[in-house]
Every structure is written in C-alpha cells, then in structure tokens.
Design a protein around this ligand. Structure first.
Ligand SMILES: Cc1cc2nc3c(=O)[nH]c(=O)nc-3n(C[C@H](O)[C@H](O)[C@H](O)COP(=O)(O)OP(=O)(O)OC[C@H]3O[C@@H](n4cnc5c(N)ncnc54)[C@H](O)[C@@H]3O)c2cc1C
Length: 388
C-alpha cells in the first residue's frame, strides 16, 4: 500500500471514528466492567456500548483483519496498525472482546472449511455468539496433550464424555471449543480432535467454581453422552493437536498484551500513578519509566513478529516469549500502581476502584494460557534451539 493511500485511509477512518464513536466509549476503558463480551445473553452496560458495537460490527471493525465475507474489514497489516493508532488517538474502547475473536477465529481462519468459516465467524464478529475454551482437565493443564475427555465414533457423530476445568465464563458462553480424545490407542498427541459444541445441548453441564474474592469466572464443564455432529470438527480427525497449538500461540500473544496491562485503562503508567500522588519520588519515577520502555519494546517486538509472519499467522513459537515478558511486565506495572496508591490501593472497592483486585488478577497471567515455567521451556527449545 502506498504512503498516500495509507494516509487517505487514516483520514477516512479518523472521520468515521469522530462521527461514530460515542463520547462515553472514549475512555480507553479496558477494565473488566467496561468490556463488552457479547453473546446471546449479553446485557449492554449502556446504549452507547450497544451502538458502538453495532456500528463497528457493520464496518467489520470488531475484527479488522478478518476477510469481509467472514465479518471483518479485510484490512492489511499496515491498515490494521493505523486502525489501532486512530482508536488509541481518541482513546476509544474496544467495541468487543471475546475468546471467539482472540482464539477460535484465528484457528478457524487457518484450519476451518469455507462452510465453517461462513457459519461461525460472522456471529463472532457481530458479538452474537460467545465462546469458551475447553482445554484444561484435572490431569491435563501444563501437560495438555494428556486430555482424557473421550469421543466415541458413532458414525455421523461423536458421543462425548468427560470433564473440563477452569473453563472461564463457561456459564455465560453459548458454545465451547474443546479438545477431545478420539483415538485412545494412538500416541497422546495424535489421538486428539478439536470439536465445537453447543453449551445448551443435552449432556453439557457447567458448575461455577467459587473463589475467595466472591467473584469468579471459573467453571467446571461436564460432558455426559453429549452428541457432537461430525461437521463440528475443526481440522482433521485425530489431528486436533495442530489446531490446539496454533490457537495457543494466538492466546499467548493476546495475554502478552504488548505489556499494556489489563487495567489502568491502558493509559501510560506515569499518568495513572500521578493521579494518585502529587510528587513521584525518583525511584518510582525511574521504575515507571523502565516499565513503560519495556512495554513499548515488547509492543514493537510483537509488531515485528506479526510483520514477518504471513498475514494472520501470529507470532508462532515466539508468542511464548512475548507471553512470558508481557506477563512479567504486567505484574510489575501493577506492583508500581500499588506502591503509588499506598493504603488507598489496599481497599477492594476504595477511592482507586479495585486496584488491589486488579493487582491480584495479574498473578494469574503467569498461569493462564500456559505457565511461565512452560513458556521458558518452549523459548529454550523452540526459539533458542537449546537441547532439551
Ligand atoms: C485466570 C485463568 C483462566 C483460565 N482459563 C481457562 C480456560 O478458559 N480454559 C481452559 O481450558 N483452561 C483455563 N485455565 C487453565 C490454565 O490453562 C491452566 O491452569 C494452566 O495450563 C496450568 O495447568 P495446571 O493448573 O493444571 O497446573 P499444572 O500443570 O499442574 O502445573 C503446576 C505447576 O507445575 C509447573 N510445571 C508443570 N509442568 C512443568 C514442566 N514440564 N516444567 C516445569 N514446570 C512445570 C507449572 O509451571 C506450575 O507451576 C485458566 C487458568 C487461569 C489461571
């Protein structure tokens, strides 16, 4: 794309954003309460949130790089960068976030049939269907290929039995993508299939897992003679591990977040901290600066990997490195915000909102999507080529 046409694109986009992004959606809010997750039962937090989602979905802006026929805007990488710059310029909230966008969508674009893409992707892009992830099991977390939920071949369908755990928001999701063992005799990585399943069908039950905070996204998901039709497999039978791994690279890239962190509204750390204290001491100032510089370099590294990869492929094995770095940085960022907030930051629902809750949430970053120990292992073997 020429520099001229990219500038034209920027101006058109800027004009559209000015005219269409409601003022209420211009606080960059990426704190939990401000996120629009979509789904059949989604209750919009305001008219502005609904209008913003509808307008963006109509333009394909919820999934800017997906092809137009699947609900995206068909943007090139260059255009996507401009899109994010312009959204950031007016501090626009993301109109929609979901496991469908971050995880299933990229996997379907890569491994799904044309019919599957047409069927599943546009409702994700419009925020009509909410997905959850059925990967982990009580005996299969870091050793994910050990999944035991089994699918028996019944000709035109699989009969699925087993249990998943830590299924975030399963109680709010409409559909689940799950790893199921469909060949018990094959080596563990070779007998898994990647199946799509309606959460409302018979034989699928979710039970929330309570946590000490009183709020919890976690659920256990049970399959008891659940019928999954054969056309709900993504990729080849017994080759689901390839799909699973590919999806994980996108999940890890998403969790890395370029180091921006999941709260603090994505604003510069210095600005968040100076909301709390009038004079920053030299150590805090230096730490905040170091953290911001690291965040920028992770963001740029992510961009570089994306540029190098084929369109839509993501960062591949390097996503483990980005996830590790992004996770550590997010933790540091929140430690700094806690230091700056003093005793006010310790309150669960105090003058600084739920800063303590956000800080504690960062601890989970180094577990979800694969633990830091496992990420370091992947980096050492697959990125650096060190011996096992
Ligand atoms: C906030 C959050 C959301 C989540 N959401 C989902 C979800 O939606 N869907 C889903 O399927 N799962 C989800 N998970 C589960 C997550 O993927 C697992 O917790 C994670 O993969 C780790 O597995 P585990 O808990 O079984 O720990 P284990 O695998 O039992 O690991 C325990 C400890 O041993 C270490 N360890 C294990 N193996 C090795 C090794 N080979 N080398 C070095 N150290 C090792 C680990 O690093 C860890 O410290 C979520 C988890 C969290 C925290």
């Amino acid at each position: 794309m020429t520099a001229n046409s990219i500038e034209e694109f920027r101006l058109e986009l800027r004009e559209w954003l000015e005219a269409n992004c409601p003022q209420e959606m211009r606080d960059g809010g990426i704190v939990e309460d401000a996120i629009c997750w979509g789904g059949k039962d989604w209750v919009f937090s305001s008219d502005a949130q609904k209008v913003w989602l509808e307008r963006c979905a109509a333009k394909g802006y919820t999934v800017p790089t997906w092809p137009v026929e699947y609900g995206g805007a068909g943007m090139s990488r260059d255009q996507e960068k401009v899109f994010h710059e312009e959204m950031g310029r007016i501090d626009a909230r993301s109109p929609l976030q979901s496991f469908g966008i971050w995880m299933l969508g990229p996997a379907l674009l890569h491994f799904g049939s044309h019919e599957q893409k047409l069927h599943y992707l546009p409702p994700i892009a419009r925020g009509e269907v909410r997905w959850c992830q059925g990967y982990s099991e009580p005996g299969a977390g870091s050793d994910l290929a050990n999944v035991q939920t089994k699918g028996e071949d019944k000709g035109d369908h699989w009969l699925v039995n087993g249990q998943k755990i830590w299924t975030s928001y399963a109680d709010k999701a409409d559909w689940i993508f799950a790893l199921v063992r469909t060949d018990r005799d094959a080596p563990k990585h070779k007998g898994i299939s990647f199946l799509l399943c309606d959460m409302e069908q018979a034989g699928v039950e979710t039970r929330p897992i309570k946590m000490i905070s009183g709020i919890s996204p976690f659920c256990e998901t049970f399959f008891t003679d659940a019928v999954i039709p054969k056309d709900q497999i993504v990729g080849e039978e017994n080759r689901g591990w390839d799909v699973a791994k590919y999806l994980l690279t996108h999940e890890r890239e998403m969790i890395s977040g370029g180091g921006a962190g999941l709260s603090g509204g994505g604003r510069a750390l210095g600005a968040v901290i100076s909301d709390t204290i009038e004079e920053m001491d030299a150590t805090l100032r230096a730490d905040a600066m170091r953290c911001e510089i690291d965040a920028l370099s992770i963001g740029l590294t992510l961009e570089r990997y994306k540029d190098q990869a084929e369109a839509g492929q993501g960062a591949g094995d390097a996503s483990a490195m980005l996830k590790y770095m992004g996770t550590e940085l997010n933790k540091q960022r929140h430690e700094l915000m806690m230091s700056a907030g003093g005793s006010d930051a310790l309150e669960w629902d105090g003058p600084l909102g739920n800063r303590a809750g956000d800080w504690l949430r960062t601890k989970a970053n180094s577990i979800e999507g694969g633990t830091s120990e496992v990420m370091l292992s992947i980096v050492s073997r697959r990125v650096l080529g060190l011996p096992a």
